[in-house]
Design a protein around this ligand. Structure first.
Ligand code: 3EB
Length: 321
């Protein structure tokens, strides 16, 4: 079935050039880029299992690309991928950098034909570094919230925020926006992240648990072993994986209830990305995931740090009807 917006994994050698309708190609780890194209986004999280896969986002038709200040963009006329990558600078702090990146993104979006952000990805170095409220993730949340200002929580996009360990002081923020607003979804098993209590930081994280964009396409945020607002199963990566899958099941069900053409469970056209904190956990996570998801559901496992130090795994996902 064809929907206008889709994500899929491809083997890098299967691409000589990006198709006309490509909005973005996301590649994890170190080079080389699969193709030489401004639509390539490279994220320095090392792939560790199912590694021969690159993530291709396609839209409704031929795509135009351009630059606007710090932002590079690609649009099919109905959706837009935007990317801003800012150096934290010497002695820079990730909170201020996040505020600048989000201010630039919001200004760009407000002036564009595609003002409704449905999905946002955030990657930066050393996410758990710093004590208490000075942890870099909490500083990032504060900077993001400052730029978002009084934007209503219920319209926040689905998001991912993951820490790299590549010593590169670049905050990478990229997003998908659309002409039409998405439908935000929360998870009945979880407190909304934007309502997390004070113990997790001075500004709560600004994202919705999932968004349904046109297509319909389900865009699921980074999801971890959090029930209510509390981390479950500290120290046990497989129990965290099972809890994460329960959270993802619950979101898939909620999405299917809202848009019945969306599959109730993950399928062969889903695209899952699995962020694992410790390299030593990858083999057992891979084995358990294959058993739980079956042979047909595509996923990629990369090494990345999750925003709470006690979380060992996080998974985000996308599928279309
Ligand atoms: C959680 O449930 C896990 O700050 O943008 C997941 C997805 C998480 C996005 C973000 C954080 C973010 O709180 C952490």
């Amino acid at each position: 079935m064809r929907t206008t917006l889709s994500a899929r994994y491809l083997a890098p050698h299967s691409l000589a050039a990006l198709p006309d309708d490509a909005l973005a190609l996301v590649q994890f780890g170190a080079g080389p880029d699969a193709v030489d194209d401004p639509r390539v986004i490279r994220v320095g999280l090392p792939p560790r299992a199912r590694t021969d896969q690159i993530e291709l986002w396609t839209g409704a038709g031929p795509v135009r690309t351009g630059r606007d200040g710090a932002i590079r963009w690609a649009t099919d006329g109905a959706h837009c991928f935007g990317v801003v990558e800012l150096d934290e600078g010497p002695g820079g702090d990730v909170g201020t950098t996040a505020e600048h990146a989000y201010a630039a993104a919001l200004a760009f979006l407000a002036a564009s034909e595609f003002p409704h952000v449905v999905r946002m990805w955030n990657y930066f170095d050393a996410i758990n570094q710093g004590p208490g409220d000075f942890e870099r993730y909490r500083l990032f949340c504060a900077g993001r919230a400052a730029a978002l200002g009084s934007a209503p929580d219920e319209a926040l996009p689905a998001a991912t925020a993951i820490g790299r360990n590549d010593g590169d002081a670049t905050l990478q923020v990229y997003w998908l926006s659309a002409r039409a607003p998405g439908v935000p979804l929360e998870n009945p098993r979880q407190v909304s992240a934007y309502r997390y209590p004070r113990q997790y930081g001075p500004r709560s994280p600004s994202f919705s648990r999932a968004m349904i964009a046109d297509g319909p396409t389900l865009l699921i945020s980074g999801t971890a072993s959090v029930v209510g607002h509390a981390t479950q199963h500290p120290g046990d990566v497989l129990a965290q994986l099972d809890e994460t899958l329960a959270n993802l099941d619950s979101l898939c069900e909620a999405a299917h209830d809202r848009a019945p053409s969306l599959p109730r469970h993950f399928v062969s056209t889903s695209v899952l990305k699995v962020y694992v904190r410790h390299a030593a956990d990858v083999a057992k996570v891979d084995a358990r995931l294959r058993e739980r998801l079956g042979a047909a559901v595509p996923y990629l496992i990369v090494l990345g740090d999750i925003c709470r130090a006690d979380l060992l795994i996080e998974i985000d996902a996308t599928h279309a009807a």
